[in-house]
Each structure stands twice: as structure tokens, then as C-alpha cells.
Design a protein around this ligand. Structure first.
Ligand SMILES: Nc1nc2c(ncn2[C@@H]2O[C@H](COP(=O)(O)OP(=O)(O)O)[C@@H](O)[C@H]2O)c(=O)[nH]1
Ligand SMILES: [Mg+2]
Ligand SMILES: [Zn+2]
Length: 351
């Protein structure tokens, strides 16, 4: 232990964070545990999840364990050394999730206990408003603070246009950087204090690993750019949490080609709060804004205050979230209703 001479020198700095606090441990988690459990089962944080094992880090602990059910990167576990698979997973402060790719309807956890999500896009062909809205909805739904980071500023003389377009669609902080430049640490510092957990989300090749390296002084592999589509290769293949001395915990993620929403209705509502507000004034409560009388949304489009494309993007996300979030029973009911409708129209045609 290094002795803190601050008091003798008349400094008023906060004392050095405890080893656990440096990993992100805080009252929200401590309050879920009593003294006996704390003594018997030390808290550890999940840094990697593999097929049959997980990696955890705690105070003086840095080891792999057999796979523990229902854990994701960022989780806090109360480590049961005798029976690691029986370790208790603490309630998450935040969870970022999506609908898993493929025909199943499974929810896939992306990260637990993040404070800030850096949504990364580049000032080039990667930039896509619909995709940003999608990421923002997922992050806001999770209760995580979104920050939009626009990389490759050094290659885009028109980078300010990208910033302006992004600011027009969100209240979140928007930052343009050269991820390979010297300014990364300082511009992202407000979200990267010790004890904080930040994560990078975005497509492959936008600079997530480059930013992770810059903040953490790390050397995570980064990918060379392919010139044909402005994207990098999938250099990062798994999610991994890194702890930076005197800095945050950083989650680097592989690029996400598809971010299907699930249980994100209020996040979508936040991203499109202006449209929600206008729609609440439509004459009919269940107005589909498709030409019903008294539709304030269509009135806005006619007046040029609402972009039809933005309305379409909103409706698409609302519909997608609804389908992906419905319970099995709800889905059966909907499909039954649909087949009844089809049967009816077939019968109608036969007559
Ligand atoms: N010039 C420039 N290159 C960048 C920037 N951000 C990322 N790159 C490059 O883009 C490629 C992909 O970066 P990487 O961090 O692997 O992207 P990831 O897939 O999001 O992790 C690498 O060759 C980086 O050096 C930037 O802001 N400016
Ligand atoms: Mg990467
Ligand atoms: Zn309407």
C-alpha cells in the first residue's frame, strides 16, 4: 500500500479507490449482499464469457471458472469457490440486450452494468441515421448514458455535417474524433472516470478497438480498412471487459451487423419523443397515421415539419419491437388471427 500523505500536505483529494471500487463495485451492488455472504463469497466481475467457461476478476482474483448460467460480460457474481457454478449473479444496474440473430426469439445479452455506451460511427459511408436511432433506442432503454462518437474526423473534411446531422436527432453528447489521434483520452475523459464502466457499440471497422486502446493504453488488435465498403474486417471476435488503472472498465465489442430490438418500447419512444408527442394529439388513440381524419402526424408532414422518412423509421422500429417482444401466447394469438384472416379470404375467393 502506498501511504497517502495528502493530509499532511493539506490536499483535499479523495482517497484512492478500493480495489473493488476500481472494478466498478458500488453501493448498488453492495446493498444486495450481507456481511456473511461477502465474507464467504467474494464479489468478482465477469470479463469474458466463453462457450464452457467465464473469466472473472476481483480483489486479488483473476481466474477462469466453469461456465455460470445467465451471466454476461460486466456482471457481478458472488464467487462460490467450492461450487463456482452456484455463484450468485447480482441484479444488474443496467442491461443492454437485443434479439438474437436467427429464427429463434431469444434475447441476447450484450453487456451488464454499463454506465456509458459510446455508440461509434464513422464520418463516411458507415454513417447511417436509422442505425444510430436503433442503437440509441437500445441504449436509452437500458438506462445507460449514450454518447455518439464519430470517428475518422481526420479523413472527412465535412465532419461537421455528420455532427450536425447527429445532433439533430438526439440530445446525447456527440463527439467527432480521430481515434488514432492524441485527443481521444481527453475528449472522452468525462465518461471515463475510475469506477465507471463504458462500452463501445457499433459496426465493424468504425474504430471501437482503436478507441479502447487509446483510453486504456492497451494493444487490442485493430483491423485494416477495406476500401470497397469503408469497413474493417471483424478483428474483434468477442466481447471483453478491460480494467484500466486509474481509469474506467472498458468493454470492447465485435461489430454488430444486426441490432434487432426487443423490449425496447420506451427507448424507441425516447428517440422519437417529438413524434410520440404529436401522435398523442391525433383524433384517434390508435391512429396509424395513414390518412385517418384528425391525424396530427399527417398534418405535420403536409406542413413540412415532419420528415416522412423519419415517421417511417419510427413506425418500423415500433413494429419490430412489438413483434420481437411479444410473449409466445401473444404470438400464437396473432398468428391464429392471421391464419383466420387468410382462410376467410381464401373462402371468400372460392365462392
Ligand atoms: N484515420 C483513421 N483511422 C481510423 C480511425 N478509427 C479507426 N481507424 C482505423 O480503422 C480500422 C478499424 O479500426 P478498429 O478499431 O479495428 O475498428 P472496430 O472494428 O470498430 O474495432 C483500423 O485500421 C484503424 O486504424 C480514425 O478516426 N481515423
Ligand atoms: Mg474491434
Ligand atoms: Zn395520426
Amino acid at each position: 500500500m502506498v501511504r497517502d500523505y495528502g493530509e499532511f500536505l493539506g490536499k483535499t483529494e479523495a482517497p484512492a479507490a478500493s480495489p473493488l471500487a476500481a472494478l466498478g463495485w458500488r453501493p448498488f451492488f453492495a446493498n444486495q449482499v450481507d456481511a456473511d455472504e461477502l465474507l464467504a463469497h467474494p464479489p468478482v466481475r465477469v470479463t469474458e464469457v466463453h462457450r464452457s467457461s467465464i473469466h472473472v476478476v476481483g480483489d486479488g482474483i483473476d481466474q477462469s471458472l466453469p461456465w455460470v448460467a445467465a451471466t454476461t460480460v460486466g456482471d457481478w457474481l458472488m464467487l462460490n469457490r467450492e461450487l463456482p457454478t452456484a455463484s450468485r449473479v447480482l441484479t444488474r444496474s443496467t442491461e443492454i440486450k437485443r434479439r438474437a440473430a436467427g429464427p429463434g426469439r431469444d434475447v441476447q445479452m450484450i453487456a451488464a452494468n454499463l454506465d456509458t455506451a459510446f455508440i461509434v460511427s464513422s464520418c463516411n459511408a458507415d454513417f447511417n441515421v436509422a442505425r444510430l436511432e436503433r442503437f440509441l433506442a437500445v441504449v436509452l432503454e437500458a438506462g445507460v448514458t449514450p454518447v455518439v462518437v464519430l470517428t475518422k474526423k481526420d479523413q472527412a473534411p465535412d465532419w461537421q455535417d455528420y455532427v450536425a446531422q447527429t445532433q439533430a436527432m438526439t440530445d446525447a453528447a456527440v463527439i467527432a474524433v480521430n481515434a488514432k489521434g492524441d485527443e481521444v483520452r481527453s475528449v472522452l475523459a468525462p465518461w471515463c472516470m475510475p469506477g465507471q464502466t463504458v462500452g463501445f457499440l457499433g459496426m465493424s471497422g468504425v474504430g471501437k478497438s482503436t478507441l479502447t486502446n487509446a483510453i486504456g493504453n492497451l494493444s487490442v488488435a485493430t483491423g485494416d480498412i477495406r476500401t470497397d465498403d469503408a469497413r474493417g474486417r471483424h478483428t474483434t471476435t468477442r466481447r471483453q471487459l478491460f480494467f484500466v488503472p486509474d481509469g474506467p472498465a472498458i468493454l470492447d465489442t465485435p461489430g454488430m451487423r444486426e441490432l434487432q430490438l426487443t423490449e425496447a418500447a420506451s427507448g424507441v419512444g425516447e428517440v422519437f419523443s417529438d413524434l410520440e408527442e404529436i401522435a398523442s394529439q391525433c383524433k384517434f388513440r390508435d391512429c396509424a397515421h395513414g390518412g385517418e381524419p384528425g391525424c396530427k402526424v399527417q398534418a405535420g408532414i403536409a406542413a413540412g415539419t415532419i420528415e416522412p422518412e423519419r415517421l417511417a423509421r419510427w413506425q418500423k422500429l415500433v413494429a419490430e419491437d412489438r413483434v420481437n417482444s411479444e410473449s409466445v401466447a401473444q404470438r400464437r394469438k396473432r398468428e391464429k388471427g392471421f391464419s383466420r384472416m387468410v382462410n376467410k379470404s381464401i373462402r371468400g375467393k372460392a365462392r
